[in-house]
Design a protein around this ligand. Structure first.
Ligand SMILES: *Cc1c(COP(=O)(O)O)cnc(C)c1O
Length: 431
């Protein structure tokens, strides 16, 4: 760079050819298929296409209900954070990653382990980091990890970024999205380190029975692999099946459970999660997995201290009515989805959601006359109807859609009606 003498401005000079640089290629490979990236592309097309006649946008693409007044955080949770902040005790760097033992029982209960005392105490972490931490700890050279399809993209991203191979087992739509355990056995080999189970499920809305989870644990035992139980939707169930924590099978196969405030407390922006190990036989101690999880905190950031400081009061003061209200709205929304989607041509909904905030539906493109695939469907739907849904390919199933129903019920009805008129308008004429 050279300064021109007269006014101090920098004059551009050509960049020398020798100055070439390639960014981390693992990242370049991940760019195309993130939930955020694809939704941003759909929204950009919607805006460019004039945005569906100026009607309000119905966001059924990603799971963040906190924008809707009916899904506001509980005042008890807000008070807990405000109290922690006002106490003046949480302005320092965070000094530890675990909760005080006296408080870990609250977290343990939040995760569904009513009587179990957790040892070691859960480690608090920035929520998405729980996935990063676990994938980093397990990623020894040559390792592979078994992930559900459809699934949650972040696992693949984190596994691959750490040099692990991601292998996919199917969830079976005709069996309420149960794990294909035969498929799991066929996939695994001596380098398989773990299997990921998301229950209640994103993107399928599945809730697994005790018997099915027992079968998954037995399969993991047979294969000698760990179970990573993503339970960020713990207790968000509204069908007949109650949530069963995977940790109850810790004696069958060692379980690493990931939990979070994000979904159940409706505060994804607070960014607080936890890692709990359930392993009465001490496998994680013996294999240094537990120590590695703690050590990983040396090289990653901690959650904001006043949110950490709020956890004991937040758990203590959260009211059952708050959770019941969320579940009541989600149940109503799931019913609306089931009814309206089943009345929409070109769409099949194989299984009624029983938990979480999502449902997977299959597109029958042969009924539609001018739609190429799921991506095309979503872009056109956004452009013509201002309705945003996620193309199934992003969660591993091309020509499916993932629909988020955690929005206020009147908007949901509006959105699904627009989806229906879109499908009708693009239907092939009857032969
Ligand atoms: C939302 C979610 C998480 C946690 O994500 P954060 O945005 O970091 O709170 C983890 N797993 C699944 C399956 C999720 O849907």
């Amino acid at each position: 760079m050279e300064k021109s003498a007269s006014n101090g401005e920098v004059t551009a000079v050509p960049i020398p050819d020798s100055w070439n640089f390639e960014p981390n290629e693992r990242l370049l490979g991940l760019m195309s298929l993130s939930v955020r990236g694809v939704l941003a592309r759909i929204k950009a097309e919607m805006v460019a296409g004039g945005g569906g006649g100026g009607r309000p946008v119905i966001p059924m693409g990603h799971g963040d209900p906190s924008a809707f007044p009916c899904f506001r955080a509980a005042p008890e949770a807000v008070d807990a954070v405000a109290g922690a902040l006002q106490s003046g005790e949480y302005n320092s760097y965070s000094t530890c990653v675990g909760l005080e033992p006296a408080h870990s029982t609250g977290l343990s209960r939040a995760q569904g382990h009513n009587k179990q005392k957790l040892n070691p105490a859960p480690a608090l972490c920035v929520q998405s980091l729980a996935i990063e931490i676990v994938c980093s700890v397990l990623a020894r050279p040559g390792a592979n990890i078994l992930l559900p399809r459809p699934g949650y993209k972040f696992y693949e991203a984190r596994a691959v970024f750490n040099g692990m191979e991601a292998r996919y087992f199917d969830l079976l739509p005709e069996k309420d999205w149960e794990v294909d355990t035969d498929g799991v056995q066929a996939l695994a080999d001596k380098n398989t380190v773990a299997i990921v189970i998301i229950n209640p499920g994103n993107p399928c809305g599945n809730v697994y029975s005790y018997e099915h989870l027992a079968k998954v644990a037995e399969t993991a035992r047979k294969l000698g692999i760990f179970v990573i139980a993503d339970e960020v939707y713990a207790h968000l169930t509204f069908g007949e099946r109650k949530f069963v924590p995977m940790g109850v099978f810790g004696a069958v196969a060692p379980v690493i459970t990931l939990g979070s405030l994000s979904k159940r407390w409706l505060v994804p922006g607070w960014w607080l999660g936890w890692i709990v190990t359930n392993d009465p036989s001490g496998v994680f101690q013996r294999t240094k997995v537990a120590a590695s999880i703690r050590t990983y905190h040396y090289i990653c950031s901690d959650p904001t201290t006043f949110v950490q400081g709020a956890v004991p009061n937040l758990l203590e003061n959260s009211k059952e009515e708050f959770f019941q209200k969320t579940i009541k709205i989600l149940k109503e929304s799931a019913d609306i989805c089931w009814e309206k989607l089943n009345g929409t041509n070109a769409i099949t909904c194989p299984s009624k959601p029983m938990g979480s905030m999502f449902v997977m539906v299959k597109l029958d493109l042969s009924c539609l006359q001018d739609i190429k695939d799921d991506m095309d469907f979503c872009c056109r739907l956004a452009k013509e109807e201002s309705v945003v849904v996620l193309p199934g390919r992003v969660v591993g199933c091309k020509d499916w859609l993932r629909i988020t129903f955690a929005i206020d019920p009147p908007s949901l009805e509006d959105g699904l009606d627009r989806l229906k008129s879109f499908c009708l308008r693009h239907s092939k004429p009857a032969q």
